[in-house]
Write a protein that binds this ligand. Structure first.
Ligand code: FES
Ligand code: FES
Length: 939
């Protein structure tokens, strides 16, 4: 049958049951994305005969002679559709993976639908932006601007990829065109939370036509590693194999099939016959540490595998303190003692994990993969498979969202094994169900906090006792534990501190790196406890914090004054400003009541002027703060290059990946500023281990402050080289000796170097040889960034619904390099945090079975669910960052949950201790708050 797709006729032959999305992608129509394959996210939206549909649930065989329009058919970069132009100029995206679906949906809206956009766009999810920027695009608000030459820093420059993103032509991992036939991988997952494989019969699977290989533990390379990646591989325990004979969580790989199609590979998986010895399992961190508990990694040792106590299921532990805690608490005028807990959260990046691997003409392994850390993947793949790193190339195209989830090596190892076994090009793409059931989540934590203070409100004692469920493997289970109790504790001055923290193996799915890297969970507990302490002391919560936060000159102490010796103040301190900004914002009248789904809430109710009998809503205000180091500890390296080209442009090589964090844009701004040109003349070549020099990767908010500094240093070096060469050329032209430092004024301009009244163009400069400069940065010393969040909430007593009416965050990010981009990072982080504060939770049953395995059961914020976050910037300049900037992509997430929780406490008079604050939990709080309350528990 025939289809007309974006103006081209396609002859297609759909498979029985095939949907339009996969049919289009098989024919190279890559503007159609996969976010869920279940009709929930809108990433696959196309116009079918002019009507927007989700291509992933549209049967293909019914579409003979239909006309399909994707984002690529709506317009081009040169001639965009007005909606595409608006999305580029707002800009209504960050990673951009949702954008092709959004522009198609928005292009079909009439005025009425546009006015009722919360309903019209319910089928489209954006995980990055927090939706304000998308609403701006719909309203035609332009927030980007063009920068003048040499003056790009501080301007809201558009992303270099903006037009490609809005026209659906930007390449993500699996969009790269190929000429060779592709094989696909499917995986058989463990049906048991803990079991030993005693036998596998692969014969029936291998006999299925179209199957090329069946991979099992017999093919395992025999090297233990961790899926979590860091600069030093010794930061994580070696507890994982490509294929293990012991299965430690439901869904863990038992075997994999490589076949001509996904369907055949899945059919072959169903033919595998596996015999298991079922082992006792443990799913609770307390039970896991008791004597006699099933041990997950008893076959490993502390010395060799870096597991703190294998005989107690503890992968990492920290216990220590300063002073006599119990005596200090006993002597305190006021004390607080509470235990808070947080649930599992999915990154829910719209692009799922995926890798395509092949051998190039020289037999080198090439992995195209959705990763935040291409160089770390290259090195670990080489380590696990015994390859020379020079024989491995890892390329990350634009990544469709990360949030820490792509700092894991989840698909690359299996694809490598498949490529090495078959010699063919092999692709492995996670489904959305895989993302929920086998991809690591944010660590669930239980945090007990004890605080003491004197009568004046000065902290006298602080105890943080944290235990976290790292699941079956310790990927990031060490780093997250240490980080969770670092800046969260260090941000307060207190003479007596004690920290107890343990990271515990269970037979649950693994936890991993997540935006904030553990801080958010502990900040939730400490900032809730600080709020309670303010109530005990009858002190304003802002005032209590002002009396106790560290100020420049204070040591940053967790349990040892010397432990964070490369964290520096250097005069950049904006926490005081952030507190002032949020306090002022919360004092101002509420500007408007955001329109959201749910029970009606009108202005009169908010203002307390509603008639009697309409008082179902309770209102409250809360605040919380957080600090975060501007880059990860123990080394984060970036080496970058800048090269002048004859056409007056610059080519930069940088290792960091772009996944919506905006580093690419900022990198062009830094280089353009140093070289007196405009960002559009800077071409970025990034995240390809062959095309760039080593970079640890884009995590820990390091893209701006580490790679950015390396690039800026390279650009300054190139500036020097260009001016020196121009002076020599001008001296030769004028038959004089080289013009020295006291010679005519020299400036690098967009089209060359001006020396006095002469200009030496790029082509003439380069006639003397290439002009390339290199820069590097080793990620130390580090600085501190601060965030303060304020929330005003309404709690609907009859249902327990919490509605955030006002979300405001002040951030100390140093020099603001790109205001619109920074605003977007804060809004996106706040929206993601509101989701995990109020409803997002990966739920497991008592046997480790995930019961929330789709967007329908795991709710992420939609456009109608979150208010706009008011974003305020502190005015600081950090000498340690590039042009005074500090990082700010994880930080906005951390103070949101406690600010909202403190507002709920203010509204109800009862404190929430558990995240997410779902309706049923808050309803129980409401019952507790009622005068004739009985114990309803669990809130
Ligand atoms: S709605 Fe089709 S991929 Fe999500
Ligand atoms: S920009 Fe919308 S999902 Fe990333």
């Amino acid at each position: 049958m025939q289809l007309t797709v974006d103006g081209h006729t396609l002859d297609v032959a759909p498979q029985p049951g095939q949907v339009l999305r996969t049919l289009l992608r098989e024919h190279g129509v890559t503007a159609v994305k996969k976010g869920c394959d279940a009709g929930d996210c809108g990433a696959c939206t196309v116009l079918l005969d002019g009507v927007p549909v989700h291509a992933c649930i549209t049967p293909a065989h019914r579409l003979a002679d239909a006309t399909v329009t994707t984002a690529a058919g709506l317009g081009t970069a040169e001639h965009p559709h007005p909606v595409q132009r608006a999305f580029a100029e707002a800009p209504g995206f960050q990673c951009g993976f949702c954008t092709a679906g959004y522009v198609v949906t928005a292009a079909a809206l009439d005025d009425d639908q546009l006015a009722d956009r919360h309903r019209a766009l319910k089928g489209n999810i954006c995980r990055c932006t927090g939706y304000r920027a998308i609403e701006d695009a719909l309203d035609g608000v332009r927030n980007t601007a063009c920068a003048s030459a040499g003056d790009a820093v501080g301007t809201s420059v558009a992303a270099p990829a903006a037009m490609r993103i809005v026209t659906g032509t930007e390449e993500y991992t699996l969009d790269v065109r190929r000429t060779e036939a592709l094989l696909h991988l499917a995986v058989l997952g463990s049906p048991h939370p803990h079991a030993r494989i005693t036998a596998i019969d692969t014969s029936a699977a291998e006999a299925l036509p179209g199957v090329h290989a069946v991979l099992t533990h017999r093919d395992d390379p025999g090297v233990l590693f961790s899926t979590g990646r860091h600069e030093s591989r010794l930061d994580d325990p070696d507890d994982t194999r490509v294929f293990d004979t012991v299965l430690r969580f439901r869904g863990q790989r038992v075997a994999a099939v490589v076949a001509d199609s996904v369907r055949t590979a899945e059919q072959a998986c169903a033919l595998l016959r596996v015999a298991y010895e079922v082992l006792p399992s443990v799913h609770d961190v307390d039970a896991a540490r008791r004597p006699g508990a099933p041990l997950l990694h008893a076959d490993k040792t502390t010395a060799e595998h870096r597991i703190a106590e294998p005989d107690r299921n503890v992968v990492a532990a920290r216990h220590g303190g300063t002073g006599d805690l119990e005596a200090a608490l006993a002597a305190s005028a006021a004390t607080v003692d509470g235990t808070w807990s947080t649930g599992r959260v999915s990154h829910a990046a719209l692009e799922t994990h995926a890798t395509r691997g092949s051998l190039d003409r020289d037999g080198r392994l090439v992995l195209r993969t959705a990763t935040q850390v291409p160089f770390l993947v290259r090195d670990e793949i080489a380590h696990v498979f015994g390859l020379d790193p020079a024989r491995v190339r890892v390329v990350a195209k634009r990544v469709g969202g990360g949030f820490g989830g792509k700092q894991e090596m989840l698909t690359e190892d299996l694809v490598t094994l498949a490529v090495l076994c078959t010699g063919r090009t092999v692709q492995y793409e996670f489904s959305r169900r895989d993302e929920f059931t086998i991809a690591p989540t944010r660590h669930p934590m239980r945090v007990r906090v004890r605080l003491g203070a004197d009568r004046s409100g000065r902290l006298t004692a602080m105890h943080v006792d944290q235990v976290m469920d790292t699941g079956a493997y310790g990927n990031h289970g060490v780093g997250v534990m240490f980080h969770s109790v670092s800046e969260s504790v260090a941000v307060y001055r207190c003479p007596v501190k004690r920290v107890d923290a343990e990271s515990v193996y269970t037979n649950n799915l693994p936890s991993g790196a997540f935006r904030g890297y553990g801080l958010g969970q502990v900040v939730f507990a400490i900032e809730s406890a600080m709020d309670e302490l303010a109530r005990e002391l009858d002190l304003d919560p802002f005032e209590l914090r002002r009396r106790n936060v560290v100020v420049p000159g204070d040591p940053l102490v967790v349990t040892d004054p010397d432990e964070e010796d490369d964290l520096r103040w250097e005069g950049s301190y904006g926490l005081d400003q952030c507190l002032d900004l949020v306090e002022d914002a919360l004092r101002a009248p509420l500007p408007e009541v955001p329109a959201m789904d749910g029970p009606p809430l009108d202005r009169a109710a908010v203002d307390g002027t509603a008639p009697a009998g309409t008082g179902d809503w309770a209102f409250g205000t809360g605040v919380a703060l957080a600090a975060i180091a501007t880059m990860p500890p123990r080394g984060h390296h970036a080496h970058a290059s800048v090269e002048a080209t004859a056409d007056g442009r610059y080519r930069i090589g940088v290792g960091t990946a772009e996944f919506g964090n905006g580093t690419t844009t900022v990198h062009t701004q830094l280089v353009a500023t140093a070289l007196g040109t405009t960002p559009d003349r800077v071409d970025v070549h990034q995240s390809d281990t062959d095309a760039a020099r080593y970079d640890t990767g884009a995590f820990g908010s390091a893209g701006v402050v580490v790679a950015g500094k390396a690039l800026y240093a390279a650009a300054l070096d190139l500036h020097e080289q260009m001016t020196a060469r121009a002076l020599t050329i001008v001296a030769a032209r004028t038959s004089r000796a080289a013009v020295g430092p006291l010679g005519p004024a020299v400036a690098v301009l967009p089209d060359g170097v001006r020396v006095g009244d002469q200009v030496v163009g790029h082509a003439e400069l380069l006639a003397e040889g290439p002009l390339v400069a290199h820069g590097s940065h080793d990620g130390t010393p580090r600085s501190l960034a601060f965030t303060v969040h304020g929330a005003r909430v309404a709690v609907h007593r009859p249902t327990g619904e919490v509605r955030v009416l006002h979300s405001v965050q002040a951030v100390d990010a140093g020099t603001v390099l790109n205001p619109e981009q920074l605003r977007g990072q804060v809004e996106g982080g706040a929206a993601q945090a509101i989701g995990s504060t109020l409803y997002e939770e990966v739920v497991l049953d008592d046997e480790g079975r995930v019961t929330t395995d789709a967007f329908r059961s795991y709710r992420v914020p939609k456009i109608s669910d979150v208010p706009r976050t008011e974003v305020l910037f502190a005015a600081t300049h950090d000498p340690l960052g590039p042009l005074g900037a500090k990082s700010m992509s994880e930080a906005p997430y951390n103070p949101v949950a406690p600010a909202v929780a403190n507002a709920v406490r203010d509204a109800l008079g009862v404190r929430p201790y558990r995240l997410p604050m779902t309706r049923d939990r808050v309803w129980r709080l409401v019952q507790q708050a009622s005068p004739d309350a009985t114990d309803v528990g669990g809130a």
